[in-house]
Design a binder for this molecule. Structure first.
Ligand SMILES: Cc1cc2nc3c(=O)[nH]c(=O)nc-3n(C[C@H](O)[C@H](O)[C@H](O)COP(=O)(O)OP(=O)(O)OC[C@H]3O[C@@H](n4cnc5c(N)ncnc54)[C@H](O)[C@@H]3O)c2cc1C
Length: 452
């Protein structure tokens, strides 16, 4: 029985970085907008799974290529003392990373959504979709107060797992070609009581034990923001974790680090049995890795301070959209006429079955375009998709999945939905030129010449 009905212009499913920015953009366009989230707070992987820091708004040369609402969020966090802004990446994988306080992000985002006139429903799991003639007529959510049926003119899928697209019958894909395996899941955790000066000194004294791109020449004068390596220690520990190195980032506390080193492979994040197993394995690995970390120089007094509320999912379902972004589009920095966002983050594939990470950097000016068509699924007319589950190959997903890019595609989807509502048209009929004008007005960077 449906106990309650809601009728909206734009319905955004999934309150992660993509969904938040989509809802902000749609709400600001004047559309009556609803944001639905299954947990009791917003932020997606950033807050649920402790993903940190955001990377990256910049190219490898340090040029900013993502701004708009994503930058506004950073500015507001910075104004509240909850982010240092974009800082040098001392891992050396990218140029700039963006640490932030997830607890302040969780709070601040409600203010921004309220200012944009967005209605938020928490503790609401979207599990049913009704379609008529290739259009979504309604979705249903399960809540403590019964089931809600929600009608809308336009829908945006920002569930990360393409739940809405999948349930509506839009074609979806999963994993790499052939065996369909996805990137591994990782249970992240924080430790406090870390002596970061000692860690830095150890790195300066033992450069061979760390990632070859670590900016050692600058390290002495830089605050440590991240560390990759400890090859010798990790190998000697011989833990039953299929990974070849230790990765952690510093902050947000002065003596705190976020460890990204556990690895659960071969399980499907859209299968409840697999996901359950992944949670159990992930937490067991956290204990092992935290004990191992205490043996590293600088970690003698450290202790486990928090663990993700759920395991981090790098990759699951994605849509098969009007254009599928390819590895080569990314590497060659391909320019698309209907570009709605850019990114300078490299291809970063945590091996679905092996120990390592495969990386490849963007050529040309260091950034690639994400076309509007990659946000539009096949078959369903009033649906847009943003964030991790847009239309890409398995390889291209390995860069578009990063938080700043998800925020940027979220803003694009929300803006496009607002235009579609205003003109009474389908997302596929939205003129990309009009969308680009609106995105640029809102601070988005869509071309090499665009500046903040
Ligand atoms: C281990 C790991 C490490 C990472 N490292 C980094 C990093 O260092 N820097 C970086 O920038 N990015 C990193 N990422 C990538 C980034 O965190 C995610 O890809 C990004 O958060 C995706 O954003 P999204 O909004 O598309 O999806 P998500 O963040 O997954 O958000 C989806 C939201 O939808 C909700 N939802 C899902 N299904 C439903 C439903 N049916 N009904 C209602 N709500 C639903 C979820 O609860 C969630 O809030 C990492 C990811 C992982 C997993």
């Amino acid at each position: 029985m449906n106990s309650t009905w809601l009728d909206m212009d734009v319905v955004v499913c999934g309150g992660g970085p993509a969904g938040i920015n989509a809802a902000l953009a749609a709400g600001r366009s004047g559309a009556k907008t609803l944001l639905i989230e299954r947990y009791g707070f917003l932020g997606g992987m950033s807050t649920i799974a402790l993903v940190y820091p955001w990377m990256t708004f910049h190219t490898v040369e340090g040029k900013q290529v993502i701004a708009g609402i994503a930058q506004e969020i950073v500015d507001r966090l910075q104004a509240e003392g909850a982010s240092p802004g974009h800082v040098r990446d001392t891992v050396g994988f990218v140029n700039r990373i963006t640490p932030y306080d997830p607890e302040i992000y969780k709070i601040m985002i409600f203010d921004m959504l309220r200012e944009a006139g967005v209605t938020v429903l928490l503790h609401s799991f979207m599990d049913e979709v009704h379609t008529v003639d290739h259009r979504i007529s309604a979705i249903e959510i399960t809540t403590k107060s019964g089931r809600f049926k929600i009608t809308g003119k336009q829908f945006i899928d920002t569930t990360g797992d393409a739940d809405l697209a999948h349930l509506s019958g839009a074609p979806c894909l999963q994993g790499r070609d052939g065996d369909k395996l996805t990137q591994p899941m990782t249970m992240k955790f924080r430790m406090r009581g870390v002596n970061l000066e000692k860690v830095k000194q150890y790195m300066l004294d033992h450069p061979d034990e760390f990632y070859k791109k670590t900016p050692f020449a600058e390290l002495k004068d830089l605050p440590l923001s991240g560390v990759l390596g400890y090859y010798k220690h990790w190998q000697a520990a011989d833990l039953p974790i299929n990974r070849d190195q230790v990765l952690f980032f510093t902050g947000p506390g002065a003596d705190e680090v976020l460890v990204n080193t556990t690895r659960v492979q071969g399980l499907d994040a859209t299968n409840v049995n697999d996901l359950t197993e992944a949670e159990i394995l992930g937490r067991k690995q956290v204990r092992m890795v935290a004990d191992f970390m205490k043996t590293l120089p600088g970690f003698e007094q450290a202790s486990l301070s928090s663990v993700g509320a759920q395991i981090g999912v790098r990759e699951s379902r994605r849509i098969d959209g009007l254009y599928t972004l390819q590895l080569d589009d990314v590497i060659q920095g391909k320019v698309f006429h209907d570009c709605i966002a850019r990114s300078g983050y490299p291809i970063d594939i945590h091996d679905p079955s092996g120990k390592g990470v495969t990386a490849a950097w963007v050529k040309g000016d260091g950034a690639y375009d994400i076309p509007y068509r990659s946000l539009i699924p096949k078959r369903i007319e009033n649906l847009l998709v943003a964030g991790r589950c847009i239309s890409t190959s398995h390889e291209a997903l390995a860069t578009t999945r990063l938080t700043p890019s998800c925020m940027a595609t979220g803003q694009a989807a929300g803006t496009a939905a607002g235009i579609a509502v205003k003109h009474g048209i389908a997302p596929s009929e939205v003129r990309y030129e009009e969308l680009q004008v609106e995105l640029r007005k809102a601070g988005a960077l869509l071309h090499n010449e665009d500046k903040r």
